[in-house]
Ligand binder design. Structure first.
Ligand code: ATP
Length: 363
């Protein structure tokens, strides 16, 4: 049985359904990221698990016990909203120990817990310092440590890194990941930052309009998105989504009429599962899944380069195909200029096919 189980979890605010019959399992030791655009119901889901909102329907089970009717303090959870200020006149060790004093532990037990958390967060060398003498990253780590030092069944984080600047956020992502894997608790993190979800989460639940669209590992979410929404939401630059119709009844490849061209795309042995000839479908190709080729041909897209955006070691090219903008990322230094003609071939195994209703059909 999963450590946190949600079944049919629903929240209505008047007539508005903020969370719509959500089912989700979070295992012990697992970090589950709830990811989705603003207003999709992530925070409301987290607040219901925490007991800060009552569920309108459905069940919330934590460690085998239905907790719907329990108050937050009775649910054995630690919730981290965002990093809060430290007590300036207490040392790092005293700040870390602060939440443990209500638990009636012995001095030795408290010291052992402080040492464990300090080790996980690499704070052992600053335990005797006052917060005023810490670097910004160390202060943030103490704040996280103080939030997680109790040993509850699960941790709930709401946008934990959203207030940090980019450099510190990058540093803290790695540290939070290490910390959480050391704590071995069921953890739910709400974020709208896909990099955060892809780096920290063992699995990601992508939400939209109160529904879960897909739950999968970061790799699977990226490689095999369940539908067009997830495909377009995950990945930067965004996946190319090209609408077309099936042009021929081939088996080992897809003949597609799209963007005023007829293209033959590689899709291994799955063509039989596709809709019949003449039916609409959408193909998805990531901007990094193309190779440039020298001349035009049936298995490639050809168009003029509209805009070139430098991305450090790579270059993002916007290629104009009729009124469609094809995004292609190539290594920097290809000597290309706006207006140049470019032919790009999708790489084998990198073309996704979606049905008219948005479901992924292949691979
Ligand atoms: P964000 O990233 O912007 O916080 P979210 O995915 O966390 O978005 P929620 O905060 O869960 O989304 O909100 C889901 C929907 O429920 C939104 O449309 C929001 O306006 C609505 N909502 C949330 N709390 C309340 C409330 N107390 N009363 C009425 N509507 C609410």
């Amino acid at each position: 049985m999963a450590e946190i189980e949600l079944r049919g979890l629903t929240k209505r605010f008047g007539k508005m359904i903020a969370v719509n019959a959500v089912d989700l399992d979070v295992e012990a030791g697992e970090v589950m990221c709830l990811l989705g655009p603003s207003g999709c119901g992530k925070t409301t889901t987290l607040r219901m698990i925490a007991g800060l909102e009552w569920a309108s329907a459905g069940d919330i089970t934590i460690a085998g016990k239905r907790v719907n009717d329990l108050r937050p303090a009775q649910r054995d959870i630690a919730m981290v909203f965002q990093f809060y200020a430290l007590y300036p006149s207490l040392t790092v060790a005293e700040n870390l120990a602060f939440p443990l004093h209500v638990e009636k532990q012995t001095r030795e037990q408290i010291a052992a817990r402080v040492r464990r958390i300090a080790k996980l967060l690499e704070l052992e060398h600053v335990l005797d310092r006052l917060p005023g003498r810490l670097a910004e990253g160390e202060k943030q780590r103490v704040a996280v440590g103080r939030a997680v030092i109790r040993d509850p069944t699960c941790f709930l984080f709401d946008e934990p890194l959203s207030r940090l600047d980019i450099a510190l956020r990058q540093e803290m992502r790695g540290q939070i990941k290490t910390l959480l894997s050391g704590l071995k608790r069921a953890t739910v993190i709400v974020t709208h930052d896909q990099i955060e979800a892809l780096t920290i989460g063992n699995r990601i639940a992508v939400m939209r309009d109160g529904l879960i669209e897909q739950v999968a590992t970061p790799h699977d979410i990226f490689a095999t998105p369940a539908n067009l929404f997830v495909a377009g939401f995950i990945g930067t630059p965004q996946m190319n989504l090209v609408e077309g119709t099936r042009a021929e009844n081939t088996d080992d490849r897809l003949a597609l009429s799209a963007l005023g061209q007829r293209v033959i795309l590689p899709i291994d042995g799955t063509a039989r599962t596709l809709p019949p000839v003449g039916e609409p479908l959408t193909i998805g190709i990531r901007p990094r899944a193309f190779e440039p080729v020298n001349e035009t041909g049936p298995d490639r897209f050809s168009g003029n380069i509209d805009v070139i955006e430098p991305l450090g070691a790579e270059t993002l090219l916007h290629i104009s195909l009729g009124d469609h903008d094809l995004r292609v990322v190539l290594p920097r230094g290809a000597g290309l200029r706006p207006g140049d003609r470019l032919h790009v071939r999708p790489l084998d195994g990198q073309v996704l096919v979606f049905a008219a209703d948005g479901r992924r059909l292949a691979p």
